[in-house]
Write a protein that binds this ligand. Structure first.
Ligand code: CP
Ligand code: NVA
Length: 320
Protein backbone atom coordinates (compact mmCIF):
# COMPACT_ATOMS: atom_id res chain seq x y z
CA UNK A 1 0.00 0.00 0.00
CA UNK A 2 1.40 3.38 -0.99
CA UNK A 3 0.23 6.90 -0.16
CA UNK A 4 2.15 8.44 -3.07
CA UNK A 5 -0.78 8.88 -5.43
CA UNK A 6 -3.25 11.78 -5.26
CA UNK A 7 -6.34 10.84 -3.31
CA UNK A 8 -9.41 10.44 -5.50
CA UNK A 9 -12.78 11.73 -4.30
CA UNK A 10 -16.33 11.48 -5.66
CA UNK A 11 -17.99 14.77 -4.77
CA UNK A 12 -19.87 15.26 -8.00
CA UNK A 13 -20.73 13.19 -11.07
CA UNK A 14 -18.01 14.73 -13.24
CA UNK A 15 -15.27 13.73 -10.79
CA UNK A 16 -15.18 10.58 -12.93
CA UNK A 17 -14.19 11.05 -16.57
CA UNK A 18 -16.28 9.18 -19.15
CA UNK A 19 -13.76 6.32 -19.28
CA UNK A 20 -13.46 6.20 -15.47
CA UNK A 21 -17.24 6.09 -15.06
CA UNK A 22 -17.33 3.19 -17.55
CA UNK A 23 -14.61 1.39 -15.51
CA UNK A 24 -16.63 1.76 -12.30
CA UNK A 25 -19.81 0.51 -13.97
CA UNK A 26 -17.96 -2.45 -15.48
CA UNK A 27 -16.49 -3.27 -12.06
CA UNK A 28 -19.97 -3.00 -10.54
CA UNK A 29 -21.34 -5.54 -13.03
CA UNK A 30 -18.48 -7.92 -12.14
CA UNK A 31 -18.85 -7.36 -8.40
CA UNK A 32 -22.59 -8.00 -8.60
CA UNK A 33 -21.78 -11.43 -10.08
CA UNK A 34 -18.99 -12.24 -7.63
CA UNK A 35 -20.20 -10.38 -4.59
CA UNK A 36 -17.51 -11.09 -1.99
CA UNK A 37 -14.39 -11.21 -4.22
CA UNK A 38 -12.99 -7.73 -3.57
CA UNK A 39 -11.80 -6.82 -0.07
CA UNK A 40 -10.10 -3.41 -0.35
CA UNK A 41 -11.08 -2.59 3.26
CA UNK A 42 -9.86 -5.88 4.76
CA UNK A 43 -8.52 -5.57 8.26
CA UNK A 44 -11.21 -4.51 8.90
CA UNK A 45 -10.58 -0.86 8.17
CA UNK A 46 -13.28 1.67 8.92
CA UNK A 47 -15.58 3.51 6.53
CA UNK A 48 -17.32 6.43 8.22
CA UNK A 49 -20.76 7.30 6.84
CA UNK A 50 -22.18 10.59 8.12
CA UNK A 51 -25.79 11.68 7.71
CA UNK A 52 -26.97 15.27 8.14
CA UNK A 53 -30.27 14.21 6.50
CA UNK A 54 -32.29 11.01 6.89
CA UNK A 55 -31.84 7.91 4.68
CA UNK A 56 -32.87 4.31 4.12
CA UNK A 57 -31.13 3.13 0.92
CA UNK A 58 -27.92 5.10 1.30
CA UNK A 59 -27.52 4.11 4.94
CA UNK A 60 -28.09 0.40 4.35
CA UNK A 61 -26.22 0.14 1.03
CA UNK A 62 -23.07 1.80 2.38
CA UNK A 63 -23.32 -0.12 5.64
CA UNK A 64 -23.68 -3.48 3.89
CA UNK A 65 -21.25 -2.51 1.13
CA UNK A 66 -18.39 -1.50 3.44
CA UNK A 67 -18.86 -4.74 5.41
CA UNK A 68 -18.88 -6.81 2.18
CA UNK A 69 -15.60 -5.13 1.17
CA UNK A 70 -14.01 -6.47 4.36
CA UNK A 71 -14.39 -3.22 6.28
CA UNK A 72 -16.20 -1.89 9.32
CA UNK A 73 -18.99 0.63 8.68
CA UNK A 74 -19.40 3.38 11.27
CA UNK A 75 -22.69 5.21 10.75
CA UNK A 76 -23.10 8.67 12.29
CA UNK A 77 -26.74 9.79 12.25
CA UNK A 78 -27.98 13.40 12.14
CA UNK A 79 -27.00 15.29 15.28
CA UNK A 80 -24.71 12.58 16.66
CA UNK A 81 -21.32 14.21 16.06
CA UNK A 82 -19.66 17.58 16.61
CA UNK A 83 -19.40 18.28 12.89
CA UNK A 84 -20.53 21.69 11.76
CA UNK A 85 -21.67 23.03 15.14
CA UNK A 86 -19.02 22.34 17.79
CA UNK A 87 -16.18 21.60 15.38
CA UNK A 88 -15.31 22.85 11.90
CA UNK A 89 -15.53 20.58 8.87
CA UNK A 90 -11.77 20.94 8.33
CA UNK A 91 -10.91 19.80 11.87
CA UNK A 92 -13.41 16.94 11.62
CA UNK A 93 -11.80 15.86 8.34
CA UNK A 94 -8.31 15.88 9.88
CA UNK A 95 -9.50 13.63 12.70
CA UNK A 96 -11.57 11.22 10.61
CA UNK A 97 -8.77 10.84 8.05
CA UNK A 98 -6.46 9.53 10.82
CA UNK A 99 -8.91 6.78 11.77
CA UNK A 100 -11.00 5.90 8.74
CA UNK A 101 -10.08 4.76 5.22
CA UNK A 102 -13.03 6.39 3.50
CA UNK A 103 -15.53 9.11 4.45
CA UNK A 104 -19.05 9.09 3.00
CA UNK A 105 -21.21 12.12 3.76
CA UNK A 106 -24.83 13.13 3.11
CA UNK A 107 -25.13 16.84 3.72
CA UNK A 108 -26.60 20.13 2.49
CA UNK A 109 -23.93 22.36 0.91
CA UNK A 110 -21.56 21.06 -1.74
CA UNK A 111 -18.88 23.37 -0.32
CA UNK A 112 -18.82 21.31 2.90
CA UNK A 113 -17.87 18.20 0.93
CA UNK A 114 -15.11 20.11 -0.82
CA UNK A 115 -13.69 21.23 2.54
CA UNK A 116 -13.89 17.67 3.87
CA UNK A 117 -12.01 16.36 0.81
CA UNK A 118 -9.35 19.04 1.07
CA UNK A 119 -8.39 18.03 4.63
CA UNK A 120 -9.22 14.31 5.00
CA UNK A 121 -6.32 12.59 3.20
CA UNK A 122 -8.65 9.66 2.36
CA UNK A 123 -11.34 9.34 -0.33
CA UNK A 124 -14.49 11.39 0.36
CA UNK A 125 -17.78 10.37 -1.27
CA UNK A 126 -20.92 12.50 -1.69
CA UNK A 127 -23.92 10.51 -0.45
CA UNK A 128 -26.28 13.35 -1.55
CA UNK A 129 -25.98 17.10 -1.28
CA UNK A 130 -28.44 19.84 -2.19
CA UNK A 131 -26.67 20.09 -5.55
CA UNK A 132 -26.11 16.49 -6.73
CA UNK A 133 -26.68 12.81 -5.86
CA UNK A 134 -23.86 11.13 -7.81
CA UNK A 135 -23.93 7.69 -6.12
CA UNK A 136 -27.58 7.34 -7.11
CA UNK A 137 -26.66 7.99 -10.73
CA UNK A 138 -24.08 5.19 -10.74
CA UNK A 139 -26.89 2.86 -9.65
CA UNK A 140 -29.24 4.28 -12.28
CA UNK A 141 -26.69 3.90 -15.07
CA UNK A 142 -25.92 0.35 -13.92
CA UNK A 143 -29.65 -0.41 -14.14
CA UNK A 144 -29.82 1.02 -17.66
CA UNK A 145 -26.76 -1.03 -18.65
CA UNK A 146 -28.46 -4.18 -17.33
CA UNK A 147 -31.75 -3.46 -19.10
CA UNK A 148 -30.37 -2.12 -22.39
CA UNK A 149 -26.76 -3.37 -22.53
CA UNK A 150 -25.45 0.17 -23.01
CA UNK A 151 -25.99 3.78 -22.06
CA UNK A 152 -24.39 5.70 -24.95
CA UNK A 153 -26.86 7.00 -27.50
CA UNK A 154 -29.94 6.36 -25.36
CA UNK A 155 -32.34 9.17 -24.49
CA UNK A 156 -33.17 9.82 -20.84
CA UNK A 157 -36.05 12.15 -19.92
CA UNK A 158 -36.26 13.52 -16.38
CA UNK A 159 -39.49 15.28 -15.44
CA UNK A 160 -40.30 17.33 -12.35
CA UNK A 161 -38.10 19.52 -10.18
CA UNK A 162 -35.37 20.54 -12.61
CA UNK A 163 -33.40 22.42 -9.98
CA UNK A 164 -32.86 19.58 -7.52
CA UNK A 165 -29.94 17.21 -6.92
CA UNK A 166 -31.35 14.37 -9.06
CA UNK A 167 -31.99 16.61 -12.07
CA UNK A 168 -28.44 17.92 -11.85
CA UNK A 169 -26.95 14.45 -11.52
CA UNK A 170 -28.97 13.11 -14.45
CA UNK A 171 -27.55 15.94 -16.55
CA UNK A 172 -23.95 15.44 -15.44
CA UNK A 173 -23.73 11.65 -15.16
CA UNK A 174 -26.06 10.95 -18.07
CA UNK A 175 -24.00 13.00 -20.50
CA UNK A 176 -20.80 11.46 -19.07
CA UNK A 177 -22.32 8.12 -20.10
CA UNK A 178 -23.01 9.43 -23.62
CA UNK A 179 -26.76 9.78 -23.15
CA UNK A 180 -29.11 12.37 -24.60
CA UNK A 181 -30.49 13.94 -21.43
CA UNK A 182 -33.73 15.92 -21.50
CA UNK A 183 -35.02 17.78 -18.45
CA UNK A 184 -38.62 19.02 -18.40
CA UNK A 185 -39.52 21.36 -15.54
CA UNK A 186 -41.55 24.49 -14.87
CA UNK A 187 -39.75 27.73 -15.76
CA UNK A 188 -39.45 28.47 -12.02
CA UNK A 189 -37.49 25.25 -11.37
CA UNK A 190 -35.02 24.81 -14.21
CA UNK A 191 -31.53 23.36 -13.63
CA UNK A 192 -28.71 25.67 -12.56
CA UNK A 193 -27.01 27.23 -15.55
CA UNK A 194 -23.52 26.12 -14.58
CA UNK A 195 -24.72 22.53 -14.31
CA UNK A 196 -26.28 22.71 -17.77
CA UNK A 197 -23.02 24.18 -19.13
CA UNK A 198 -20.95 21.42 -17.50
CA UNK A 199 -23.30 18.77 -18.89
CA UNK A 200 -23.05 20.30 -22.36
CA UNK A 201 -19.25 20.19 -22.13
CA UNK A 202 -19.44 16.50 -21.19
CA UNK A 203 -21.91 15.81 -23.99
CA UNK A 204 -19.47 17.28 -26.51
CA UNK A 205 -16.85 14.77 -25.32
CA UNK A 206 -19.13 11.74 -25.37
CA UNK A 207 -21.59 12.31 -28.22
CA UNK A 208 -24.49 12.86 -25.84
CA UNK A 209 -26.67 15.96 -25.71
CA UNK A 210 -28.63 18.19 -23.35
CA UNK A 211 -32.13 19.59 -23.75
CA UNK A 212 -33.95 21.65 -21.15
CA UNK A 213 -37.63 22.36 -21.78
CA UNK A 214 -40.83 23.29 -19.95
CA UNK A 215 -42.81 20.81 -22.10
CA UNK A 216 -43.14 17.34 -20.49
CA UNK A 217 -44.41 15.72 -23.70
CA UNK A 218 -41.47 17.06 -25.72
CA UNK A 219 -39.10 15.50 -23.17
CA UNK A 220 -40.89 12.16 -22.97
CA UNK A 221 -41.39 11.64 -26.71
CA UNK A 222 -39.40 8.56 -27.82
CA UNK A 223 -37.37 8.43 -24.58
CA UNK A 224 -35.65 5.15 -23.69
CA UNK A 225 -35.58 6.01 -19.99
CA UNK A 226 -38.09 8.13 -18.09
CA UNK A 227 -37.15 9.32 -14.61
CA UNK A 228 -38.58 11.50 -11.90
CA UNK A 229 -38.00 12.37 -8.25
CA UNK A 230 -39.91 13.79 -5.32
CA UNK A 231 -41.25 17.31 -5.74
CA UNK A 232 -40.21 18.13 -2.16
CA UNK A 233 -36.58 17.38 -1.41
CA UNK A 234 -35.12 17.07 2.08
CA UNK A 235 -34.87 20.54 3.58
CA UNK A 236 -37.87 21.85 1.55
CA UNK A 237 -40.62 20.27 3.70
CA UNK A 238 -42.05 23.63 4.80
CA UNK A 239 -42.83 24.52 1.16
CA UNK A 240 -44.43 21.12 0.46
CA UNK A 241 -47.98 22.01 -0.64
CA UNK A 242 -46.95 25.09 -2.62
CA UNK A 243 -44.27 23.12 -4.45
CA UNK A 244 -46.59 20.22 -5.29
CA UNK A 245 -49.03 22.59 -7.01
CA UNK A 246 -46.30 23.77 -9.37
CA UNK A 247 -45.34 20.34 -10.70
CA UNK A 248 -48.64 18.59 -11.46
CA UNK A 249 -48.15 18.82 -15.26
CA UNK A 250 -44.90 16.83 -14.86
CA UNK A 251 -46.42 13.81 -13.07
CA UNK A 252 -45.28 10.59 -14.74
CA UNK A 253 -48.50 8.72 -15.52
CA UNK A 254 -49.44 6.20 -18.19
CA UNK A 255 -50.53 9.01 -20.54
CA UNK A 256 -47.05 10.51 -20.41
CA UNK A 257 -45.33 7.10 -20.60
CA UNK A 258 -47.27 6.44 -23.82
CA UNK A 259 -45.13 9.13 -25.53
CA UNK A 260 -41.91 7.30 -24.56
CA UNK A 261 -40.42 4.34 -26.44
CA UNK A 262 -42.57 1.22 -26.25
CA UNK A 263 -39.90 -0.52 -24.13
CA UNK A 264 -39.02 2.54 -22.04
CA UNK A 265 -37.61 1.96 -18.55
CA UNK A 266 -38.96 3.98 -15.60
CA UNK A 267 -36.51 5.03 -12.87
CA UNK A 268 -37.04 6.74 -9.51
CA UNK A 269 -34.35 7.05 -6.83
CA UNK A 270 -37.00 6.54 -4.07
CA UNK A 271 -38.58 7.30 -1.70
CA UNK A 272 -41.55 7.78 -4.05
CA UNK A 273 -44.82 9.59 -3.44
CA UNK A 274 -47.46 7.74 -5.47
CA UNK A 275 -50.08 10.11 -6.86
CA UNK A 276 -47.67 13.02 -6.82
CA UNK A 277 -44.59 12.76 -9.07
CA UNK A 278 -45.57 9.28 -10.33
CA UNK A 279 -48.74 7.22 -10.44
CA UNK A 280 -48.93 3.75 -8.92
CA UNK A 281 -49.68 2.22 -12.32
CA UNK A 282 -46.28 3.41 -13.60
CA UNK A 283 -44.03 2.77 -10.60
CA UNK A 284 -45.69 -0.58 -9.89
CA UNK A 285 -46.11 -1.43 -13.58
CA UNK A 286 -44.03 -3.33 -16.17
CA UNK A 287 -41.79 -0.40 -17.21
CA UNK A 288 -40.56 0.18 -13.69
CA UNK A 289 -37.00 -0.84 -12.75
CA UNK A 290 -36.99 0.88 -9.37
CA UNK A 291 -36.26 -2.19 -7.21
CA UNK A 292 -33.25 -3.20 -9.32
CA UNK A 293 -32.21 0.45 -9.19
CA UNK A 294 -32.40 0.44 -5.39
CA UNK A 295 -30.41 -2.81 -5.13
CA UNK A 296 -27.84 -1.44 -7.52
CA UNK A 297 -26.92 1.25 -5.00
CA UNK A 298 -25.09 -1.53 -3.14
CA UNK A 299 -23.19 -2.89 -6.15
CA UNK A 300 -22.37 0.49 -7.71
CA UNK A 301 -21.06 1.94 -4.44
CA UNK A 302 -18.97 -1.14 -3.66
CA UNK A 303 -17.37 -0.73 -7.08
CA UNK A 304 -16.90 2.99 -6.54
CA UNK A 305 -15.20 2.52 -3.15
CA UNK A 306 -12.98 -0.24 -4.55
CA UNK A 307 -12.03 1.91 -7.54
CA UNK A 308 -11.33 5.03 -5.40
CA UNK A 309 -9.19 3.08 -2.92
CA UNK A 310 -7.20 1.38 -5.67
CA UNK A 311 -6.67 4.63 -7.61
CA UNK A 312 -5.61 6.42 -4.43
CA UNK A 313 -3.10 3.66 -3.59
CA UNK A 314 -5.09 2.97 -0.40
CA UNK A 315 -6.51 -0.49 -1.07
CA UNK A 316 -5.37 -3.32 1.21
CA UNK A 317 -5.55 -5.69 -1.77
CA UNK A 318 -2.76 -6.34 -4.22
CA UNK A 319 -2.79 -3.47 -6.74
CA UNK A 320 -5.00 -4.36 -9.70
N1 CP B 1 -32.39 7.19 -3.03
C1 CP B 1 -31.89 7.48 -1.83
O1 CP B 1 -30.85 8.13 -1.69
O2 CP B 1 -32.62 6.98 -0.80
P1 CP B 1 -32.41 7.28 0.77
O3 CP B 1 -32.76 8.73 0.98
O4 CP B 1 -33.35 6.34 1.46
O5 CP B 1 -30.98 7.02 1.10
N1 NVA C 1 -34.20 14.96 -4.26
C1 NVA C 1 -34.38 14.10 -3.11
C2 NVA C 1 -33.62 12.82 -3.30
C3 NVA C 1 -33.81 11.82 -2.18
C4 NVA C 1 -32.98 10.58 -2.35
C5 NVA C 1 -33.92 14.81 -1.86
O1 NVA C 1 -32.89 15.49 -1.89
O2 NVA C 1 -34.61 14.70 -0.83
Amino acid sequence: MSRQRPVRHFLTDTDLSPSEQAEVLELALQMKQDRFAARPLAGPRTGVVIFDKTSTRTRVSFSAGIAELGGHPLIINPGESQIGHKESIADTARVLGRMASVIVWRTYAQSGLETMAEHAGVPVVNALSDEVHPCQLLADLLTVRERRGRTAGLTLAYLGDGANNMAHSYLLAGTTAGMHVRVAAPASHLPEEQVVAAAQARAEQTGGSVQVTTDPVEAARGADVVATDTWVSMGQEDEGDARAAQFTDYRVDSRLMAYAAADAVFLHCLPAYRGFEVTAEVIDGPASAVWDEAENRLHAQKALLTWLLRRSGQSTEEEK
